[in-house]
Structures are given as structure tokens and as C-alpha cells.
Design a protein around this ligand. Structure first.
Ligand SMILES: Cc1cc2nc3c(=O)[nH]c(=O)nc-3n(C[C@H](O)[C@H](O)[C@H](O)COP(=O)(O)O)c2cc1C
Length: 197
């Protein structure tokens, strides 16, 4: 049986991990982003469908295309972040199932024939992969700040004009400025969120 992770690992991943609102002037390399993807992509998805698609904005020019879509409160932190990631999902993810789920290639047809199922599956698993992204970044020594305060339609028009990929949420990546972290908010107690049956 495997042992639980030690306290240091749990602190890095959960207990001391905080959403970042400001960023140190420390770059994130393309190799770090590749290492991050290599880890996050191993997180589980239903039928191994892997619908998440990522766009990494690393330059002022690339960021400038995103800024008009952001809520005002998200502009400065996005400008300051070394990398802003658009976490989207492929609405036609099922076309890749012959590669991703080769022992049952006919699964693709189930989704092709059922738009509602395909949409639910893409959003559910794309969101899970977004969470894996954040945890993988933290595991690799990076900090993150998720953002849903933006206009999805504007982002989709700018970055995914053919309509196949849809944005889900954004995630700044870098090394956070501890002075900009907000006080930790309460979480629900066990009795508020959990039921033992
Ligand atoms: C998907 C997602 C979207 C978020 N959107 C925003 C946002 O638009 N603007 C913002 O300032 N914070 C945003 N946050 C940060 C949350 O408010 C923050 O994670 C939460 O308050 C918990 O803070 P903590 O992670 O430091 O404990 C978002 C977080 C996630 C995971």
C-alpha cells in the first residue's frame, strides 16, 4: 500500500496553496509549461476523452488580445502574470476517441449522435482537467490564480473563431507575490458539505 504524501506536499498542494492576485517578475519558461502539461494530462477523464485545450499567453501582444474580455478587477493581475492560460474544451473531442479510447472506437458515435451528452462530457471533463492543471502547477513549484470573470463569447471570438473550441476559465501562472494574497476565506465544515450513508 502507498503511504500518504508528507506534510510538505500537502501544504504545497492544499494547505498553504493560495490564489494569487499579484506576480513576481520571475519568468515561466516554455519548458516549464510543457512539463506542466505532461503532468496534468495524466489526470482521469471519462472514456479518457481529454477535452481540455490550452492556450498559453506569454507576451504582451498575446495578452493584449485577451484584455478587452476581462472584468476590470482581473486586468492588472493578468498583465503582471508571466503566463495567462485559456483553459478551453473541444466541443468535438469525440473525434479523437479512436486514438484515446482505441479498444472501443465506436464510443465516438455515441457523442456524435447526442449533442447534449457531448456538451456535458466536454464541460465536466474539461473542468476537471482545469483543476488538474492548477494542482500540477502547484506540484511543480508554480503558483496559479483562476479567473472566471471574463466574457467567454469575446474570448471565443478572438482565440477560437471557428467555434470548435470554447473557453471555460482562465488561469494565471507564475510565482505569486505573497503581499497580494487575500485572507483565506472559510470553507464549509464536514457537516455542511458531507453525508455519510
Ligand atoms: C475557476 C475559478 C475562477 C475564479 N475567478 C476569479 C476571478 O475572476 N477573479 C478573482 O479575483 N478571483 C477568481 N478566483 C479566485 C477565487 O475567488 C479563490 O480561489 C477563492 O476565493 C479561494 O481562495 P484561495 O484559493 O486563496 O483559498 C477564481 C478561482 C477559480 C478556481
Amino acid at each position: 500500500m502507498r503511504k500518504p504524501l508528507d506534510d510538505t506536499a500537502l501544504d504545497v498542494l492544499f494547505r498553504q496553496a493560495r490564489t494569487q492576485n499579484g506576480w513576481l517578475d520571475v519568468p515561466v519558461s516554455d519548458d516549464q509549461l510543457r512539463a506542466l502539461y505532461d503532468v496534468m494530462r495524466l489526470g482521469p477523464t471519462s472514456a479518457n476523452c481529454c477535452p481540455a485545450r490550452l492556450v498559453f499567453l506569454r507576451t504582451p501582444e498575446a495578452k493584449a488580445r485577451l484584455l478587452p474580455a476581462l472584468s476590470p478587477g482581473n486586468v492588472d493581475k493578468t498583465k503582471a502574470a508571466p503566463v495567462t492560460t485559456i483553459i478551453g474544451y473541444d466541443t468535438r473531442f469525440f473525434e479523437l476517441l479512436p486514438k484515446l479510447f482505441p479498444h472501443r472506437p465506436e464510443m465516438a458515435q455515441n457523442f456524435a449522435n447526442n449533442a447534449a451528452l457531448a456538451q456535458t462530457t466536454a464541460v465536466r471533463n474539461g473542468t476537471l482537467q482545469g483543476a488538474y492543471f492548477m494542482m500540477a502547477a502547484r506540484a511543480l513549484g508554480l503558483d496559479v490564480g483562476g479567473m472566471s470573470g471574463f466574457d467567454n463569447a469575446k474570448v471565443d471570438a478572438e482565440f477560437f473563431p471557428d467555434g470548435r473550441i470554447k473557453s471555460n476559465f482562465l488561469c494565471n501562472v507564475g510565482h505569486g507575490d505573497p503581499s497580494k494574497v487575500l485572507p483565506r476565506l472559510p470553507r464549509l465544515d464536514w457537516s455542511e458539505a458531507c453525508t455519510l450513508l
